[in-house]
Ligand binder design. Structure first.
Ligand SMILES: [Zn+2]
Ligand SMILES: [Zn+2]
Length: 403
């Protein structure tokens, strides 16, 4: 498996994507590059990173022998024999990712991969780093250089679009600190700088689905009117039968395509402005973590149908206003002309453990919307309790003394 770090063409320092400047920047010589400039500097990079997982040989397989200048690429494991074909064949890839000792013991190898872990060598410092199988971009734990793992987002797994980060890490931390400052009951260490330092930028895979839906709904509705004349109260109930039928357009119905995260926490920061989505380019991942897609269209389809149903029924109900009650008798929505787009969306994530419970937070990487439940400090609640009762007690004493 090829592991790459985008290197600065001027000084060879690591390049990361800057949400603020919307450019690829080098922190060492302060150069900044556009995507087009990167493509020009490293014409083979895209081929290497986007090689389809099922390609046998060909230009992608030979990429290892033609490492471009300023582009660091090594085999996942120094002792593993990486032939041109082995690099892209899924089974052989496993072998290439495994240390030599483990490669000779298939049982051990299987056990290691059952745990969804893969090992790679950092192109910058040579350290052996382990990460989750679903990781497509990450950092070296030792030298903190950004690395992109080839083959994780290639072929069928290659995203169509990416919404680049626009909220910087500092802005995400600031948004979070603002939220905490308004909540007195949050534990003291929750908003410390060391806690906020854990804020990590992750690209999560989503399916965004466009479709036309043929919809139909039958419903009964009532309107009740009451009035008094003299001592008599009159009630008039009017009954209606409502029919709705037609076509509705569904645009960008979002389905999280990652299995390993708490979906509600990530979908909680929706929506995104998708007009700023860019055609997918691997360089956007540099400097962030990225998850590969784990849910294919077939597996995601039931979730799409349920979201489409929910959306269409809500919209049809909105057209039945002006009644005091409404009962839906029958409803159907049949999506047609579905268009599925695999898109990476930016999310800042952070977790906090308080009294054995883990609290997870997310910040929308495009507009700064926050999702997550704040922990309550037992000590602060107790202090408030005694504060109120102490105050009341004093008031009573004072009242008694005055009387
Ligand atoms: Zn540089
Ligand atoms: Zn390193």
């Amino acid at each position: 498996m090829a592991v790459v770090t985008y290197k600065c063409p001027n000084c060879d320092g690591p390049l990361t994507f800057s949400p603020e400047r919307q450019r690829f920047v080098c922190d060492y010589c302060l150069s900044a590059f556009t995507q087009q400039e990167l493509d020009k500097a490293f014409p083979q990079m895209d081929d290497i990173l986007n090689q389809p997982a099922d390609t046998q040989g060909g230009p992608a397989g030979q990429a290892g022998a033609q490492t471009p200048p300023g582009f660091a690429k090594r085999q996942a494991s120094p002792g593993a024999d990486e032939s041109p074909n082995a690099q892209s064949a899924p089974d052989a890839q496993k072998e290439a990712q495994t240390p030599p000792s483990a490669a000779q013991a298939p049982e051990e190898e299987d056990a290691a991969f059952d745990g969804h872990a893969v090992e790679y060598i950092c192109p910058s410092c040579g350290a052996q780093v382990v990460c989750e199988d679903a990781t497509a971009a990450t950092f070296c734990y030792y030298c903190h250089n950004p690395v992109v793992l080839a083959g994780k987002l290639s072929g069928d797994l290659k995203p169509d679009r990416v919404v680049p980060f626009e909220v910087t890490r500092e802005q995400a931390m600031e948004r979070f600190a603002q939220l905490c400052s308004k909540k007195w009951f949050v534990p003291k260490d929750f908003c410390t700088s060391s806690q906020l330092e854990k804020m990590t930028g992750v690209y999560f895979p989503f399916w965004l689905v466009d479709a036309d839906a043929q919809v139909q709904m039958s419903a009964n509705a009532q309107n009740v009117r009451t009035w008094n004349t003299g001592n008599t109260q009159y009630t008039e109930t009017s009954f209606y039968h409502l029919e709705r039928a037609g076509y509705m357009q569904l645009t960008d119905v979002p389905i999280l395509a990652s299995l390993r995260q708490d979906a509600s926490r990530i979908t909680g920061v929706y929506p995104y402005d998708l007009s700023s989505a860019k055609p997918f380019h691997m360089a956007y991942l540099s400097g962030f973590m990225a998850q590969k897609r784990e849910l294919d269209k077939e597996k995601a389809h039931p979730q799409f149908l349920s979201l489409a149903n929910e959306f269409c029924q809500r919209r049809l109900r909105e057209t039945c206003s002006g009644y005091s009650s409404l009962q839906v008798q029958s409803f159907s929505a049949t999506p047609q002309n579905e268009d599925w787009e695999h898109t990476l969306l930016p999310v800042w994530t952070m977790s906090y453990t308080h009294r054995g419970k883990t609290y997870c937070y997310t910040v929308n990487g495009q507009n700064g919307k926050i999702c997550g439940k704040l922990p309550l400090s037992g000590k602060k609640l107790l202090a408030l309790f005694f504060g109120i009762w102490g105050g009341l007690f004093l008031l009573c004493l004072l009242g008694g003394w005055l009387l």
